[in-house]
Design a protein around this ligand. Structure first.
Ligand code: AHR
Length: 523
């Protein structure tokens, strides 16, 4: 039985618990491995490390610590980063990028200048710079993504950074790199044309027209330096009531469509109203809308072009962030906010919601970077002696195993609820992928009903499913449960489940407030 759209969420939830017979399916998922949306880009499992609070200093990098290696990298953090399989690491910001002079961060460490960090009110020692970052990427097996200073910086600073990183000939900046110990070019492919330049909080904030002019000239100069690089335009990040985020993207795409490979989107969410179902529902609707709008804008910009340059979305900052304050908030105390969110169980479910949306749009969302890697709104949290894994760590690890799979266009129906006057949405938020190589189907199912388990019929439309299924489940009786040093309460459970197969399908109950990944055998 399906609870239809017209009831407010609370009544729909009541119907779910009371009126539905125990094993009667309430929801349906149809899997057809021929209905492919696109490849799940490995770049969806990117991350971001900014000079902010204790992300770099005291997180990734802690010189003199007994926990660090000879490069100053925290070895325990390196170990914790590995299972995340970070495919792309973005650096140095973030807001920090818009005041950063990369030349301060190269050369002998003891001779580097200390500077005021005008984005976050800190003192920047510059002991961690370009070569340290690129070495870190090599150590964790991530592609580096450098974000230029499109705020206070210049076009030629950006061009020279490409020269420092990638030039093979004996030019001035390539020779500086050699002098600093790196003979071979670093060969950095991914470059961001600035960070959140649409936000009034940004150093060197510009209007869309001024940004597009700057970015176009930077792209031209950087590409003349190295034609093989990929460029990401700074798209919308400012969704405030007065912000014309659609107009910003339109202007950027119109001017830059022949130069860029990606347009960025940033989204942070929070359960400010302390309403679990609304938190996981309204933000899901927003993310869907934003992806669909930007996809349409890319198409509109390319309309009429004989051979348009492919442009994808890079969701290069995403996460839950609302307990620690934001720049622009009246109580924001620049220099005091380390953005150290302690994530709870429901925040981990939100990570599944984001990843489901990216996978459902795998044809257009080709990069995503969780903000950030360590301590600062991050899955890994350190002190001087140890670290612990935050709740949001676990979905990242598990979804990451689906990189390179084919995202499937599943047909899903589930009981619905409404948030205010917004369109109805299903309690089940689902994505699915298929790996032809090992004939495995993954169903990623978030049950965002706070009160009700949902009995679901799963059918294979093309081919058959085998038994048993491998189940990964993240659940906790306490939505607000947090992890801490020596007390990681929120961890996934795994088990094998024998499926009662009939007519190419089976029934499975997705528990209330849970995130489940079913790994099925396709036969
Ligand atoms: O990730 C924290 C901050 O959020 C970044 O510096 C900025 O780009 C965004 O506003």
């Amino acid at each position: 039985m399906l609870v239809r759209n017209t009831l407010p969420g609370i009544f729909a939830a009541l119907l779910l618990t009371s009126a539905v017979p125990a094993q009667q399916p309430q929801a349906r998922i149809r899997i057809d491995t021929n209905r492919v949306i696109g490849e799940v880009s490995p770049r969806l499992f990117g991350n971001f490390a900014e000079h902010l609070g204790r992300c770099i200093y005291g997180g990734i990098f802690e010189e003199g610590s007994p926990l660090s290696d000879s490069d100053g990298f925290r070895k325990d953090v390196l170990e914790a980063v590995k299972p995340l399989g970070v495919s792309v690491l973005r650096w140095p910001g973030g807001n920090f990028a818009s005041g950063y002079n990369w030349k301060d961060g190269v050369g002998p460490r003891d001779q580097r200048p200390a500077r005021p960090d005008l984005a976050w009110g800190a003192l920047e020692t510059n002991r961690f710079g370009t070569d340290e970052f690129l070495r870190y990427c090599e150590r964790i097996g991530a592609e580096p993504y450098l974000c230029i200073n499109a705020g206070l910086g210049s076009v030629d600073d950006a061009r020279q950074w490409v020269e420092y990183a990638n030039e093979t000939r004996p030019t001035y900046w390539a020779n500086q790199r050699r002098k600093n110990g790196r003979e071979q070019p670093w060969n950095v492919k991914i470059w961001g044309l600035g960070n959140e330049i649409d936000g009034p909080w940004q150093l060197g904030h510009k209007n869309a027209e001024d940004y597009a002019k700057f970015a176009l000239e930077a792209a031209k100069a950087m590409r003349r330096q190295d034609a093989s690089i990929e460029l990401i335009a700074s798209g919308s990040s400012n969704f405030g009531a007065d912000a014309d985020w659609i107009g910003w993207n339109r202007a950027v795409l119109d001017r830059l469509k022949d130069q860029i490979d990606y347009i960025s989107l940033h989204t942070y969410i929070g359960n400010r109203e302390n309403n679990f179902e609304n938190f996981l529902g309204s933000n899901a609707l927003d993310i869907e809308d934003r992806i669909q709008v930007v996809e349409g804008q890319i198409k509109a910009a390319q309309n009429g072009q004989a051979k348009p340059r492919p442009i994808y979305i890079a969701f290069d900052e995403w996460n839950t962030w609302y307990r620690t304050i934001h720049p622009g908030d009246s109580e924001f105390d620049i220099g005091k906010s380390g953005l150290e969110e302690h994530y709870n169980f429901e925040d981990a479910l939100a990570a599944g919601m984001f990843l489901n949306a990216f996978m459902r749009h795998a044809d257009v969302v080709k990069m995503a970077n969780l903000a950030q890697l360590v301590n600062v709104i991050a899955p890994i949290f350190t002190n001087k002696q140890a670290l612990y894994l935050q709740t949001i760590y676990w979905p990242l690890v598990e979804y990451g195993k689906q990189r390179g799979n084919l995202s499937l266009d599943l047909q899903t129906t589930s009981p619905t609820y409404r948030i205010g006057s917004r369109p109805p949405l299903g309690y089940l938020d689902v994505s699915g992928t298929y790996s032809p190589a090992d004939r495995a189907i993954y169903l990623n199912v978030l049950n965002r009903s706070e009160k009700s388990d949902i009995v679901t019929r799963v059918d294979a439309i093309a081919g058959q499913i085998g038994s048993p299924a491998a189940v990964w489940e993240l659940n906790n009786p306490d939505l607000k449960a947090v992890n801490d040093f020596g007390a990681e309460k929120v961890r996934p459970a795994t088990r094998a489940v024998a499926l009662n197969l009939e007519n190419d399908g089976f029934t499975y109950t997705f528990p209330k407030h849970s995130l489940t990944i079913l790994k099925l055998k396709a036969q």
